[in-house]
Ligand binder design. Sequence first.
Ligand SMILES: Nc1ncnc2c1ncn2[C@@H]1O[C@H](COP(=O)(O)OP(=O)(O)OP(=O)(O)O)[C@@H](O)[C@H]1O
Ligand SMILES: [Mg+2]
Length: 443
Amino acid sequence: MNSKHEGQTTLLIVDDNPTNIKVLFEFLRKVGFRVLVAKDGGDALNKLQSAVPDLILLDVMMPGIDGFETCRQIKANPNHRDLPIIFMTALADTDNKVKGLSLGALDYITKPFQQEEVLARINLQLKLRSLTRELADKNQQLAELNSQLEQKVKERTSQLEKAQSQLILSEKMSSLGQLVAGIAHEINNPVSFIGGNLSHAQDYARDLIHLLELYGKYYPEPEPEILEEIEAVDLEYLVKDFTKLLDSMKEGTKRLADISGSMRTFSRSDTRTRVAFNLHDGIDSTLMILKHRLKGNDDRPPIEIVKKYGKLPEIECYPGQLNQVFMNLLSNAIDAVEEKNVGRSFDDISADPNCITIETEYFPESRQVAIRIRDNGIGMTPDIQNQIFDYLYTTKAVGKGTGLGLAIVRQIVEDQHGGTIALASQPGRGTEFNVTLPAQLST
Ligand SMILES: Nc1ncnc2c1ncn2[C@@H]1O[C@H](COP(=O)(O)OP(=O)(O)OP(=O)(O)O)[C@@H](O)[C@H]1O
Ligand SMILES: [Mg+2]
């Protein structure tokens, strides 16, 4: 309830002595206060339930609940804790004053009253109370400002972190892209040169062999030295093998050309233009770049790659960015199977081989493609699953993981392509990431 009565300050006098009440009441009314009266402690506590004054003048010695107890009970109510209370007492002894003050009273006035003193003490307390309120208001405002400021700083910091980590990753990717493009270019020249010359070499070999056959036909009985040499070099085998050898060299250069082609596909990291892109080319070229990590070694057999490619249309996208997505999901899958290998022998692993399955599918009704990348690696607890898309969240050793991969993946899939990414994972069993992309970007 409001303590003000048309802007008037309200005082509550609690006293069992009618004469005291009368004297105070008249005096205080005269100087402009609105005055309420209670005739004992119980009455005062009752009155407080319906009207809260700005200050209480409380007699100490009262029948029933005395002043100290009344004070204690008023202060026990959180709504009235800050109500200024001035004790009125005839007792001048220090013990009682200390007791009252320790209960939360602010001041004492001693009977018989000196009117000026009463007024001065009341005004002092009221002034103190209004200053305290102002201070609390200011503090409150300050705290609000402070928390707004903290919020702003937090937002800015996280924006900054986000921008910084994006920069790091796009830097990382673009320097990887440049490196790969550079190597592809370097490989390409000698490869096409070898490939071109090999065709000539095959023609020359065919001609030379034909020439030898002609010699054999018209000179069936050559000199003994020639016969000896024919036997020494095992001419028949040499002719057969030379042709095969040239064929396999040709196959080899074709493979090299494929590799450098994939490398160029992969390094199409020009992220600004959207073009029609065959996602399978993107996945295959990424697998090619990761080949060295898939190969078998002394500790484990090769990681199996199972491709279940559906029939996909070319999709409109930023190819460099999507290659980045495949790169991150596939390297995470490799990390996950490698981590599961820890502590297992070659034979253990062969019995339950590392495997990554890549599945693609087109949904013509929704014009969406799905790419699912599944591994049988260590998997994740629900707690980890909740955090993997956070910037800088990693469970990997310092220097091994930066915790940016999936944050960037999510951004590329959702923000840049309007797609979705979801996952299912079981600790110790494996993980599947499911990416869907619209076949056509919305503008
Ligand atoms: N296929 C997966 N299997 C199990 N855990 C995974 C898999 N993919 C991601 N995680 C978990 O998610 C975390 C975050 O992955 P994210 O790719 O964002 O960062 P990172 O791989 O640790 O570091 P980097 O920035 O080098 O990619 C990983 O540290 C790992 O704990
Ligand atoms: Mg990663």
